[in-house]
Design a protein around this ligand. Sequence first.
Ligand SMILES: [Zn+2]
Length: 221
Amino acid sequence: MPKKAVVLLSGGLDSTTLLYYALDRGFKAYCLIFDYGQRHKKEILKAKKIAQQTACAYHVAKISLPWQGSSLLDKSMRLPYHTSIDPKDIPSTYVPARNIIFLSFAASYAEVIGARGIFIGVNALDYSGYPDCRPEFITAYQQVLKKGLKTGVKGQWIKIYTPLIRKTKAQIIRMGLKRHVPYAMTWSCYQGERRPCGTCDSCLLRARGFEAVGQKDPGIK
Ligand SMILES: [Zn+2]
């Protein structure tokens, strides 16, 4: 019996690479997709299609954060545009407690289905300003799963896997190309319009990644 794992899937480049990596490692993946009021709702559709493409079970958790507090949620706020990204900066796209919330849902899902792992595509290089993408947060949250879950106190704790945490975007893309990740199906742009805007932080990082591996981004038509 393959080991089960919950994979946090957003429909973006990183989490899709993560899903293919988890499958390659022999896990039976259960995708958890969040509808949390993100302005780029389009990624939810992409995530569902990617889960279907890989024949993985998936669940869309609809959660409400009416207090917002992020330019990713609040359409009256402008998304930041940078010509360069300062990795020490906490940009306005930071969503308060997002990964704490996501991992809590993943922990609940994982414990119910008997999964022994949770895969999350956090990255501490590109988003090192986000406190909930740093290795020390993951280490601390691992303790939460050990102390706060039935499986944890019984000694069968659920492990958090973060294979992308110290990788550059180019390294992530190489990981994915090796595993035939259908990058044309993925969505990265924060704007969520018909086409990627090409200027938001997420578009910039993606473009630089493909440039660094010398490949054309199949997601740009
Ligand atoms: Zn964009």
